[in-house]
Write a protein that binds this ligand. Structure first.
Ligand code: PBG
Length: 306
């Protein structure tokens, strides 16, 4: 009877599975702060995407971890960059998989900021130019969706224009429209080696105390042509997910970020909580709050539980 009257249902179709791709071959290096998550070389990434598909998870989002970083993040938009090669390999070798390309510079810059920096400040417009270039190179490699996560002003419009001009008018944009300057990204920065070398991201990411501003950020991205909106992190911001859902008609994604994942893993490893129960409960809550799509490192583990 409970299942008849249940209001929120999780299915593997709800999930996008984030994966970290690195140089090399045969590499499957566990991320210390994210037990069960790995830096994968391209061959291993292909295998991981295949096993995800086998349990019904057909969407992945890719984060590149290049060997060489520089001040302008040039590997982000290099034709043979790690992400571009990874996208090509997955699209070539795994059928029927949706590849979302995370669009940011922080994994590619030596200073770890999401854009270019001058005298300690992140410069918005020059960064946007490079991010639009990155988007085109990701689409050329075969990405199905471009997902700007950098929180630069005007980036959605710039990416839309650049994609259209390059003949990719069919490629949608999933905007990390509402991204908070959050402590919950800590483990990701270890995974992507993208911790800012100075300062923090508060000049471009949002203040956790604000929700009206979230609606403003989302409205700006809707105007600029976003096709899917995202709120991030997820569980500490369920009220924001609800507010964005009620205001806008676009599909809404929420990102259960690395810190959310690692807290559950850490407590479960100590036997303090029931891991499987909490995975399903936390993801159900995120959907109940209004998310249509959930990006989660638990995608494969949870799909197997459903
Ligand atoms: C930026 C980006 C970040 C995450 C996704 N895209 C990190 C940041 O802003 O520092 C974090 C995701 C997570 O914590 O799981 N490219």
């Amino acid at each position: 009877m409970r299942s008849l009257v249940r209001e929120t249902r999780l299915t593997p179709n709800d999930f996008i599975y984030p994966l970290f791709v690195c140089e090399g071959e045969g590499i499957r290096r566990e991320i210390a702060s994210m037990p069960g998550c790995y830096n994968l070389s391209i061959d291993q990434l292909v295998r991981e995407a295949q096993s995800a598909k086998a349990v019904g998870v057909r969407s992945i989002v890719l984060f590149g971890v290049p060997d060489d970083k520089d001040a302008s993040g040039s590997q982000a938009y290099a034709e043979d960059g790690i992400t571009q090669r990874a996208i090509r390999a997955v699209k070539r070798e795994v059928g029927d998989v949706l590849v979302v390309a995370d669009n940011c510079l922080c994994e590619y810059t030596d200073h770890g900021h999401c854009g270019v920096v001058d005298r300690g400040d992140v410069l918005n417009d020059p960064s946007v130019e490079l991010l639009a270039r990155t988007a085109v190179s990701q689409a050329q490699a075969g990405a199905d969706i471009i997902a700007p996560s950098n929180m630069m002003d005007g980036v959605v419009a710039a990416i839309r224009t650049a994609l259209d001009q390059a003949g990719f008018d069919q490629i949608p944009i999933m905007s990390y429209a509402v991204k908070y300057a959050s402590g919950f990204y800590g483990p990701f920065r270890e995974a992507a080696q993208s911790t800012p070398q100075f300062g923090d991201r508060r000049s471009y990411q949002m203040d956790p105390a604000n929700v009206r501003e979230a609606l403003k950020e989302a409205a700006l991205d809707v105007d600029q042509g976003a096709d899917i909106l995202m709120v991030k992190p997820a569980l500490p911001y369920l009220d924001v997910i609800r507010a964005v859902k009620e205001r806008f008609d676009l599909p809404l994604a929420a990102y259960q970020v690395s810190g959310e994942y690692s807290m559950i893993k850490a407590a479960a490893l100590r036997g303090w909580i029931d891991e499987e129960r909490i995975i399903v409960e936390s993801l159900t809550s995120i959907k109940r709050a209004g998310a249509d799509i959930v990006l989660t490192y638990f995608a494969v583990q949870c799909a197997a539980l459903l």
